[in-house]
Design a protein around this ligand. Structure first.
Ligand SMILES: CCCCCCCCCCCCC[C@@H](O)CC(=O)SCCNC(=O)CCNC(=O)[C@H](O)C(C)(C)COP(=O)(O)OP(=O)(O)OC[C@H]1O[C@@H](n2cnc3c(N)ncnc32)[C@H](O)[C@@H]1OP(=O)(O)O
Length: 260
């Protein structure tokens, strides 16, 4: 079963309905198949063409979105000569692009992508958007710059790969830059949560104290500490996952991974 999983990840496109490749059924269908089989194959072909078209459009839109964000940040810095107010100026655009909507459409690792997406949503909506007082921290700029470089590289990699014209430098960047960018991103995120702690403790933000009618107590301050600690077991898993992907894509190693 594990072997089969590894093989399916090497297909040209990762959409789940391509796990059973259309060309295999097509061959048998065209040679000795019935009319029904041929119709079935045609439907599968149309479906996969539509998926490719949709994914290509999606990836181009995401690359463009992150490029717009990058340009907005550079323009802001050139005009103001400072990073103060930068987050506020790009917050709305960032809200639109921090989530990856393709979970379940492509054969990506649900756990790895899930953790990644949760941490992005958490950083944007539950920390930086919610606490104006920390928006001008240098650490916010650090994770913003790191995310932006990462996502421009990642989505342009997917786009060019789908178009079968992948320049080597983009492949190289996708599977090398993360070695430095991932730790830098984590440092930026952790320092930002750390900067939020005094404010959260002082205001009791998102917290529920007893007594209340629900008889439930929740302390966002300790929740933030738990989130910070959760980076210790979770981040190495994401990092080693990317190192394995790097060996697979750049050095052609066959990696046998457990199914999520
Ligand atoms: C409620 C409280 C929550 C608190 C959470 C606390 C979490 C704590 C730990 C989290 C730490 C996260 C820190 C992080 O936010 C910091 C940063 O991100 S800093 C910036 C640097 N980051 C990176 O470099 C990220 C690199 N990581 C990745 O790219 C990931 O591994 C990931 C995006 C998550 C995806 O992983 P996966 O290996 O599954 O994806 P692949 O790209 O290899 O894709 C697999 C196959 O699917 C195809 N695919 C995927 N997406 C697309 C697409 N959009 N279009 C077309 N095809 C796609 C891809 O081509 C692969 O196909 P194949 O196998 O055939 O090559």
């Amino acid at each position: 079963h594990q072997q089969a999983h590894t093989c399916s990840r090497t297909g040209p496109l990762s959409a789940p309905f391509l796990t059973s490749p259309p060309w295999r059924t097509m061959a048998s269908g065209e040679e000795d198949g019935t009319v029904d089989e041929k119709e079935n194959n045609n439907k599968k072909k149309t479906k996969s063409a539509l998926a490719t078209a949709w994914l290509t459009f999606y990836n181009i839109a995401m690359t463009a979105g992150w490029l717009v964000l990058a340009m907005a940040m550079v323009r802001f810095y050139i005009q103001k000569g400072s990073h103060k107010g930068l987050y506020r100026s790009i917050a709305r655009t960032l809200n639109n692009y921090c989530i990856d909507f393709i979970l379940g459409i492509v054969r990506t690792s649900v756990i790895v992508t899930g953790v990644q997406v949760c941490s992005r949503i958490f950083m944007v909506w539950f920390i930086t958007n919610s606490i104006r007082q920390i928006q001008n921290e240098e650490s916010v700029i650090l994770f913003l710059v790191v995310w932006t470089v990462t996502e421009i590289t990642r989505y342009s990699y997917y786009t060019f790969k789908l178009l079968h014209h992948l320049p080597y430098f983009i492949k190289w960047a996708r599977y090398n830059l993360f070695i430095v960018l991932y730790p830098l991103g984590v440092i930026g995120e952790l320092l930002t949560i750390y900067a939020a702690l005094p404010f959260v403790r002082r205001t009791g933000m998102y917290s529920m104290r007893l007594p209340n009618k629900y008889n439930v107590s929740f302390d966002y301050y300790y929740c933030l500490i738990i989130v910070m600690l959760s980076y210790i077991p979770l981040f190495p898993q994401l990092y080693f996952h990317m190192l394995r992907q790097r060996r697979r894509v750049l050095h052609g190693e066959i990696i046998v991974e457990k199914d999520d």
